[in-house]
Ligand binder design. Structure first.
Ligand code: ZN
Length: 283
């Protein structure tokens, strides 16, 4: 999700209140939020992609410069090595923080064994010693699926309760309250940016906005910090189906908002991991 000009091709423009409203110019930045525009191109030619963008986001290292190009899909051996050494969850854990990754995985994922594809977030979690969550935990209310509603799981024949954006957001907020640092990955915005219509995108973002509002409703801005960011733009320009070179949001809320340390006057996605480490507290 990126920050593009407002207009009919930008579905974020139709969000008129809540945390996503300022991202497409559809509404003002709500009280208590701060929005940084972060470069995702990182001085490397071509459009930003998930493997290198995600690695940059979760390590603070310029991953496309490190391997010489923007790389899509799953991280290669070199990027996995970078994540294993520099991952934000591992670093926070080494400082004594209780870290966790909220996303749930299906049995089919584990059945693939060593041949399974490991995304940036999967590697970030596993190399921090986090056990990936299963559907059992999802059913107990202790994990969230990648679409948070569980619709994808139900369509795939799994038994999972259909969650409203409010119910799922409340779950995310409650999970975060029990940890020092919780990561949740949501990439349906990228999928709809590639394959969906403007109406699909508007519906998705309206739901995501409700999910985020519910999560923030559980959190306390005097105690907690919320960070939303992205590895690259896409959904903010529905005129084409590819990623964009637009800056991406670093949307901040809560206690750590003023402690957030910026590496330079021109923020990039490499500021996200060090920024998180500058605000994470152990209890
Ligand atoms: Zn994509």
């Amino acid at each position: 999700m990126g920050l593009g000009p407002p207009g009919p091709a930008n579905p974020l423009s139709s969000v008129d209140e809540g945390p996503l409203a300022p991202l497409g110019g559809g509404g003002p930045l709500p009280d208590g939020f701060r929005l940084l525009e972060a470069d995702a191109c990182l001085g490397v030619p071509g459009l930003p992609q998930s493997a290198t963008g995600g690695t940059s986001l979760f390590t603070g290292v310029n991953a496309p410069a490190h391997i010489g190009a923007h790389a899509q899909g799953y991280p290669n051996t070199e990027l996995k090595h970078l994540i294993a050494n520099q991952g934000v969850l591992r670093k926070a854990r080494e400082r004594g923080a209780h870290v966790d990754f909220a996303n749930a995985y299906t049995p089919a994922y584990f059945e693939r064994g060593q041949t399974r594809h490991r995304s940036v977030t999967t590697v970030t979690a596993e190399t921090a010693g986090i056990r990936l969550k299963r559907l059992e935990e999802l059913c107990r209310g202790e994990a969230i699926y990648r679409d948070y509603s569980n619709q994808i799981l139900r369509d795939g024949g799994h038994e999972a309760e259909l969650l409203s954006p409010e119910a799922a957001g409340t779950r995310l907020g409650r999970m975060a309250k029990k940890r020092d640092l919780l990561v949740y990955e949501y990439f349906q915005t990228d999928i709809v940016g590639h394959r969906g219509t403007v109406d699909d995108a508007r519906g998705l973002l309206s739901s995501l906005n409700r999910f985020l509002m519910a999560a923030l409703g559980v959190l306390n801005p005097e105690e907690d910090t919320f960070v939303l960011s992205s590895d690259h733009g896409n959904i903010e320009n529905m005129e084409n189906s590819s990623h964009t070179s637009n800056p991406v949001p670093i949307l901040l809320w809560g206690k750590g908002l003023h402690k957030w340390t910026e590496k330079s006057a021109k923020p990039s996605i490499c500021d996200v991991a060090p920024g998180i480490l500058s605000v994470v507290e152990t209890r």
